[in-house]
Design a protein around this ligand. Structure first.
Ligand code: ADP
Length: 624
């Protein structure tokens, strides 16, 4: 509840007033200062619109808005909430801050909206209808955390260095020197004990302290006479990659992603790998299995932290995500929610908040990456995010590009995915941020602008096919359409872990699929009779590979998740079975044989490797 009582009180420092309102875009008129100049305002600064008409409960509302465009004496701002009742002349207050998130222990397990309002806290205080203009802290300010210093008085530190740690669930959460602090500071005082996130735990004395130019104001870092007080919570502007200052100062480094993110989904890990710290997109029409696939990736991927950004799906789907997810058991123990943060906006929430939600998610993921963790961000769906951008751009009357998306769609999409990557932090620990975005192209048409822009930005494309979903061939990732540009980058890992012949074997299996496609097309015209027995066997081989390896049952406890070592063993087994095929007299005999081994192999997939069944089915595969 203390998060709610953190709502601010006090007067309004008016520096501008409302001049015009158009949906969620408000034009504000800047006022003049004592010298007769307009008060300064900066693009992306956060302002509060303070309607004079009071809310039903007589509260003064502070509607958060972000400056999008500045002209002489006025600016256009996008309001993150409904602008109902906002009138010309209403006061506007500048915050001097950019749209930011709070960072500190207590983020894991939370469900936020796009502006980091904790939905559960709000729901418990105000019911499920979010009141407008409420200022709620994203982190519980009453909870105490046991802080253990990792540096002593006299130590020289810089932005992003670890000052101490607290235990957040199963994770050691690093309390880092505020990122904006460039140059060096000396620890003049630090205390150990149990504190709230707002308590000052350390004081630093600036040695060569310059503030980062990107930050308008530095919360969590208050400098007086060059003494900087540090608490366990800090703020970071969401539109700027969090590692920027540490990379600029050279204390952190960007590294090359060269290890795969193992998802335990055979089609992904074996055929279309995503690198840890890499990017992938999953476009697919409605009903093609996007939700199930994302759930599997979130649950079984070998990452520490999962951040799910559900932006703008229908309310029902979002409710499904936030009710199902917390109860999902985590294969690593506990529940999945213990290491997850959900950010959700339904399509009924204002578009601006939806647009911001991905940046909020990215910043939270970057925060954990900076501590050396492997974070995975799943954005569902980036089409809704792009549509939000389109709506705002339309209201600003910008020149539209293809399908009325703004001309900068491509660069905005690229900028999102560029925030993924591998970072070696100030202490030399490697953290990764992998970003997987789903795209929901209307009618499953991959030619539309958002899918096309995304395909130019990502390095793995897992295209879901309506046709495969219709045949219930799940996961419905189309093996002939999808691609991964990480194959070379991560090949060293695969060869080292699975043997020199790994890539050769994967290529061979992919070749069966390509060969079979041509044969299948021929058979559609001529029927089975039109192809030779040899071609028919090639077709059956690919079908076998599809049914027993590419397809994977998400609802079977064993088959849902296949560790890489077992994927390797399975592929080897499939190839051995194919190498020892008997000579068939005719197509019927071939078909009969393949039917039998498909059944056996499926049973093998459903059996734990240690079970007696596994050995039995395996032996039967080779009995003629
Ligand atoms: P989308 O989110 O693309 O609309 P869903 O993920 O909800 O589609 O999938 C639709 C249905 O397809 C699911 O209810 C489920 O029955 C089935 N399905 C999807 N993926 C799998 C899978 N990997 N294994 C088994 N069934 C699946």
């Amino acid at each position: 509840m203390s998060q709610l009582s953190a709502s601010r009180t006090g007067g309004i420092d008016v520096r501008a007033t409302v001049k015009g309102v158009r949906d969620d875009i408000v034009t504000i008129q800047l006022l003049l200062d004592e010298q007769g100049d307009f008060y300064p305002i900066i693009k992306n600064e956060l302002v509060h619109i303070c309607p004079q008409r009071r809310a039903d409960d007589e509260r003064q509302e502070y509607l958060k808005a972000e400056v999008l465009r500045v002209r002489l004496g006025e600016a256009d701002v996008q309001v993150f909430e409904s602008t109902r009742g906002v009138a010309v002349g209403d006061p506007v207050e500048q915050t001097g801050d950019m749209l930011s998130v709070l960072l500190g222990p207590g983020l894991l397990g939370q469900v936020y909206d796009g502006l980091q309002n904790p939905l559960e806290v709000i729901a418990s205080g105000h019911g499920y209808f979010l009141p407008r203009g409420l200022d709620v802290s994203g982190i519980d300010t009453s909870k105490k955390w046991a802080f253990q210093p990792r540096v002593s008085v006299g130590a020289r530190v810089s932005g992003g260095d670890c000052l101490g740690v607290v235990q957040e669930g199963r994770f050691t959460h690093q309390i880092m020197v505020p990122f904006q602090l460039s140059g060096e500071a000396e620890v003049s005082w630090i205390q150990e004990g149990s504190f709230t996130v707002t308590t000052v735990v350390a004081r630093l004395r600036s040695v060569s302290h310059r503030r980062n130019a990107n930050s308008l104001q530095t919360d969590g870092l208050s400098a007086q006479d060059d003494v900087i007080e540090v608490s366990m919570m800090q703020r970071w502007p969401v539109r700027i990659p969090l590692s920027t200052p540490m990379l600029k100062s050279g204390r952190s480094q960007r590294c090359y992603p060269n290890v795969p993110l193992l998802t335990s989904i055979r089609l992904v890990d074996t055929f279309f790998p995503v690198a840890k710290g890499g990017t992938a997109c999953i476009p697919g029409p409605f009903g093609a299995g996007k939700t199930v696939l994302q759930g599997l990736i979130a649950r079984f991927s070998d990452v520490d932290i999962v951040i799910i950004v559900a932006c703008g799906e229908r309310a029902g789907e979002v409710v499904e995500t936030i009710t199902e997810f917390p109860n999902m058991p985590d294969p690593k123990g506990g529940t999945l929610m213990d290491r997850t943060i959900i950010i959700c906006n339904t399509s009924s929430m204002p578009v601006a908040a939806r647009e911001a939600s991905i940046y909020t998610g990215l910043t939270l993921a970057e925060y954990y990456r900076q501590m050396g963790y492997n974070a995975l961000l799943i954005a569902d769906s980036t089409s809704r995010w792009a549509q939000a951008m389109r709506e705002t751009s339309g209201r600003l009357e910008e020149i539209p590009g293809e399908e009325a998306f703004p001309a900068y769609l491509d660069s905005s999409v690229r900028a999102l995915y560029e925030r993924a990557g591998v970072i070696q932090n100030n202490a030399g620990q490697q953290g990764t941020l992998t970003m997987i975005g789903t795209v929901s192209p209307a009618g499953g048409n991959f030619e539309e602008p958002v899918t096309q822009s995304t395909l130019r930005a990502v390095k793995t494309f897992l295209g879901l096919s309506a046709d495969r979903a219709y045949k219930r061939a799940y996961p419905a990732i189309d093996p002939l359409l999808s691609w991964s540009r990480y194959t070379d980058q991560v090949s060293g890992w695969y060869i080292y872990t699975l043997g020199d012949d790994w890539l050769l074997r994967v290529n061979e299996a992919q070749q069966w699929l390509r060969d079979a496609q041509a044969i299948e097309q021929m058979m559609q015209v001529t029927g089975e009779e039109g192809v030779t027995l040899e071609d028919y066997c090639t077709f059956l081989k690919a079908k076998f590979l599809d049914e027993v390896f590419l397809q994977q049952d998400a609802f079977d406890t064993v088959d849902a998740s296949t560790p890489m070592s077992r994927q390797n063993e399975q592929l080897r087994l499939i190839q051995r079975v194919m190498d020892s095929l008997p000579a068939f007299d005719d197509k019927a005999a071939a078909q009969h044989y393949f039917m039998r081994i498909t059944g056996l192999f499926k049973n093998l997939n459903y059996s734990a490797e240690t079970s007696p069944d596994y050995a039995t089915f395996k032996a039967q595969l080779f009995s003629k």
